[in-house]
Design a protein around this ligand. Sequence first.
Ligand code: SDX
Length: 376
Amino acid sequence: MSGEHKGGLEDVVVSTSDVCFIDGDEGRLVYRGYDVNELVEHSSFEEVVYLLWHGGLPSRKELDAHRKALAATANRKLPPKLLGILRALPKRTSPMEVLRTGVSALSAFDPDAADNSREATLRKSIRLTARLPTLVAAWERIRRGKAPVAPNPRLGLAANFLATLSGTRPSPLAVKTFDVGLILHADHEFNASTFAARVTAATMSDVHSAITSAIGALKGPLHGGANEQVMRMVERIGTPARAEGWIRQALADKARIMGFGHRVYRVEDPRAKHLRRLATELGRQTGDTSDVEILDIVARIVSGDKRLFPNVDFYSGAAYASMGIPTDQFTPVFAMSRVAGWTAHVLEQHANNRLIRPRSDYTGPTHLAYVPLDRR
Ligand code: SDX
């Protein structure tokens, strides 16, 4: 089995898929054939969820039914006993640990938990996509000693999340910005968390188990956890005037700069420019553009010095911070969107499944003689 390999499954093609295409050289991202730039301009997150699950754009009737299912209180609200589990957790528990725990526990309350048919998995995917925002917002309220805000079935997913997180009605710009952020994070081919979901689904395990695996993978700072680390860097830099000195020192120290680089993109991540625009627009609305100014200085220097480009995680935090979303909630917000892609990939894996079981290039010994304890 010995042979040259780069590690990390770099450039290894695992299987075919119709869900998402990334052109790493051209910097293109395509969901079921539609360029993400088109979807950002014309679509909504709810419509993108339908596209990812069903493989085509919905008719008006199909979209209305889909939106209604995602907004229904029965699908959004959390089982009361699950809220009891959240209240039993220490207040210092990180939001990603809460999300991982909450999603896993949700299967115990799901009537379709034991059914892996496409129809049942679609019903569970609707409930998961509708409930993750409620889980994230409920924890924010509970850890602040406040009662969770009930979901409003008259609001779309973006508006309802922002309203239940803060307890106040969000601005139209914040809703539009957040909806675009959800579209941009919805899927990304076989990234680490999606691949974790597919490996789990490939054992014919259920969608709740697959999404729990995915959340565990997304939590890592080399993956979804980078957006939180980028904002920690901005907080440490403090002001635009300090940005150049700080980042030059970090590069001199050979530090890994969060929000830069990508396993697939060889040019700028096509999502970054949209997130930078949204962060700038929101910063202007709130009257504070210092985060984006700091990020722009860092990007100019890192791209110039290291030929590394901003990825999706570089500007997203600045946009979310402008909407009042706490820094340690950035990765859960990423998960609220990516659950659409994760569930789409689970559906695709189940529909044409083969157990995913790679080999290792074993480099250890193979014929050692056992040595009794009294002779070691
Ligand atoms: C996401 O896969 C996806 O699609 C993920 C994602 C999605 O939508 O699902 O796009 C979301 O996870 C985006 C990435 C978020 N992570 C970060 O921003 C963390 C910082 N980035 C890096 O750790 C890194 O760029 C990765 C993890 C994203 C990619 O790593 P690779 O492909 O394993 O590359 P590598 O670590 O082997 O680095 C190659 C070279 C190294 O230099 P040498 O040791 O060869 O001299 O590039 C350097 C690295 O040191 N490098 C960096 C760097 N990223 C790569 N140097 C400094 N800072 C960085 N961020």
